[in-house]
Write a protein that binds this ligand. Structure first.
Ligand SMILES: NC(=O)c1ccc[n+]([C@@H]2O[C@H](COP(=O)([O-])OP(=O)(O)OC[C@H]3O[C@@H](n4cnc5c(N)ncnc54)[C@H](OP(=O)(O)O)[C@@H]3O)[C@@H](O)[C@H]2O)c1
Length: 307
């Protein structure tokens, strides 16, 4: 029999994924501790009424401050914890150690499908930047020795809105690269539901479980934008840029230069076609398998977003 946790802690419950992790964990009957850098912030998926019935409790903690992490886990008494990678934090091992030292025995980490199924985390090279950052955290979990489920989701549906679309004036304007590579377009709500499910209902008693997750609709960025145009009713002018020009555009919308360089040079190597069809099918099926919900299509995501 696998383990069920009735008391869990979620680091990052204000996040798009973390907010649904917290909600789903609660739906499965667990008391959920909401570990936040700023406990006064609102959480989009949880109402004040839900919070006031004792199913949730806020607690202050910062994943870049291991002592605050240890105290939060200790105070909660939770044995299972969900956490994010913190961008810019060179080493997450002290915080993962703190989760362990605070009394948790199991973590769920939001990793990335860029850690290819044929690669062990230690085989990921530094120039595979996104995979490398997440692999470093997976290795730290391994070194701490705490049991884990690694969620490895694909390309978020929100990326095209955040990285490529300017909605500040009419017509809307999108800037994309010349690539027509296709992406799986997974929705954060689906990742969050799986995260909440495996946080409460541990999928196996294996020391490390890996769950790949991909969305059900494979689209190029131009195809995504055509759907956004149709569902939102806003005309979108598309500007295609190549090489350094596209890199400079990505930097201008806030991406660090090393990431923008990576997107221009290597992003297409993580397109959905660079994985076997069987792997991608299983990764999509995993959404229903672990959460019980049907996967959300990009069209459904866009329709809801712009309704
Ligand atoms: N984009 C993709 O295609 C993709 C694909 C695979 C995996 N991923 C992973 O998914 C992540 C994004 O997930 P998301 O959309 O749910 O992110 P999000 O909405 O930006 O949420 C991030 C959460 O992390 C919390 N956080 C940040 N720094 C923290 C700290 N020092 N201590 C405690 N909490 C902290 C934030 O809390 P505050 O409210 O305090 O800011 C927030 O709740 C990426 O960073 C990456 O690791 C992304």
């Amino acid at each position: 029999m696998t383990t069920k946790y009735d008391n869990v802690i979620v680091f990052g419950p204000t996040g798009a994924v973390g907010s649904d992790v917290a909600l789903e964990a609660s739906k499965r009957g667990a008391k959920v501790w909401l570990a936040m850098r700023d406990p006064s912030k609102s959480i989009s998926t949880i109402t004040q009424e839900q919070e006031s019935n004792g199913s949730f409790e806020r607690i202050k903690a910062d994943l870049s401050d291991p002592e605050s992490v240890k105290q939060a886990v200790q105070k909660s008494g939770a044995k299972a914890a969900f956490f994010y990678m913190v961008h810019g934090l060179p080493d997450m091992k002290p915080s993962i150690q703190a989760i362990n030292d605070g009394g948790a025995e199991y973590v769920v980490f939001l990793s990335s499908y860029t850690i290819h199924p044929d690669l062990k985390p230690r085989e990921v090279k530094p120039d595979q930047v996104i995979a490398h950052f997440h692999a470093k955290v997976e290795i730290a979990v391994e070194e701490v020795g705490i049991a884990s489920t690694m969620l490895r989701p694909g390309f978020f549906s929100t990326n095209v809105l955040d990285q490529n679309l300017d909605r500040s004036k009419e017509p809307w304007r999108a800037t994309i690269s010349e690539s027509d590579a296709k992406w799986d377009c997974i929705c954060q709500v689906d990742i969050g539901r799986v995260g909440g499910a495996v946080l409460v209902d541990r999928p196996s008693n294996d020391h490390k479980e890996i769950v790949y997750l991909t969305g059900p609709q494979h689209l190029s960025r131009a195809e995504m934008l055509a759907i956004v145009e149709a569902k939102s009713g806003h005309k979108i002018d598309i500007n295609r840029l190549a090489g350094v020009e596209y890199r400079d555009y990505l930097v201008s919308v806030g991406l660090p230069k090393f990431l923008a360089d990576f997107f221009v040079k290597d992003e297409a190597s993580y397109a959905v076609t660079s994985y076997s069809q069987a792997h991608i099918k299983q990764a999509t099926d995993n959404i229903k398998k672990y959460s019980g919900y049907e996967p959300t299509t990009f069209e459904e995501f866009v329709a809801k977003k712009f309704s």
